[in-house]
Design a protein. Sequence first.
Length: 479
Amino acid sequence: MPGKLGDRNYRYSMLGIILLGIIAYLPAMVMIHKFYSDSYCYLTLAKGLRGFSYSLLAHRNLKYLPVYPISIFLVNALSLGSLGYLYSAKLVSMFSLLATACLVFDFSYDPSRSDRFPLLAGLLAVLSPVFIWMSGNILTEPLFGLLGFASYFFLFRQRNYLAWIFAGLALMTRYEGVFLIPGLALAQWKTPRQWLSGLLILAIICAPWTVFILSHLGEFFAYSYFQDMVIRTHTGFYFLADLLYGLSPLIAVLGLVGIYFYPQRLRPGVLIFVIAFSLLHIYWAWRFVRFTLPFVPFFTIGAVFFARGLLNKLQALMPARIRLITVSGLALVIIPLLAGDAYAYYSLDKFRKDFEIEAVKKVLEYDANAVVLTNIEPHLAGWSGMKHTIPWWEFGEKDPYPYIAQKYLEDGARYLIWSRTGDYPFPFFKELVAKGYVFKPTQFQGRTYTLTFYSIYFLDNGNLIIFSLDLKPAEGGGK
């Protein structure tokens, strides 16, 4: 690395990649306020670390591995709390993506050759559609992508034990990190001391979590991943379409072919990771473009290696006329892929209107006293303008209805917003989804009332379900 840092082209190229990434990612950092339900769980876990706690009141299962929440906690601690957990989490994602692009550039860099291809690799990585989209989101994929690629990056360097450390951290970020281990072991198979030491490093990194999860739940897999895989909700091969969409068609196609041009000792490991990760997500029930993010560094380097290898062979082996015919034939393939790239960049869900926030604003136009029941900590959820926001677990026996009746009678609250990160805790919600309305008797100040809930707006994949409600004395009710 010191030799590379002494190269002015290397330094300027690295700086250019970082600056371009900051420019590309800052809008998402500022504009994206809609998060997946898991995001709030990571924020809650990070906040809990301040009190040496790692638990979710609304989620007994702990599917959320610790490295990402710890990273959020550390960034906020380093800022002395000035960033807050929300922007600390966004910075973890942003810095992870920038660092991944820099590693891609460094991995491809060879001072004895032209520096155009390494720079191209870094630029393609930092401007990947799924990178831009994920830069403002609070999810594990950016950090997992960095740690996973870093494990291969350091595999054949002087301190190759770092490869196993990064693999262990990747495994403690997402369970898919287990797919890194066969590739690392295979690459060092002829040096048993190295891969055995690597397995020991993995055991040391994973041991605290194993003890914690077993002591809390009595089982290692604290979340029903296998059950989720059985409950299929889509045709699994959508993952391949997402791969084209998230990586860009050009990188997805050329990158897959370009794995052939990887260094021979790395090629089997990269193939194992790509194939195993793909098979899991082809079969898994859940479909999100974000799952393709860990492939970006591997496929970007593959695409650039393919282009460089092809160019070298054309120049060395083919006459000018044959080269022209070959390049023309490739253009017929590449031009449609570039058109697909343009579609991916401009249509990928980067800055779409947040329908959840728009729905809340619409409710507030009619009812400034709307009630929010949430299993997200209110200050993390950031319900702008909401006067009555309360976690449902504070109701003790999960009976929020007297509270809703009180807000209806005393404050004129006519709308209820249920913010969720999991299954509905109140059974009547499921009935409401099916029927569109439901009656719920409740006691308040010694009188019996009937709460009537009417469904207004359902968001299939969101965190909000909005109802209007009405309340009247129950027939025959009274003191």
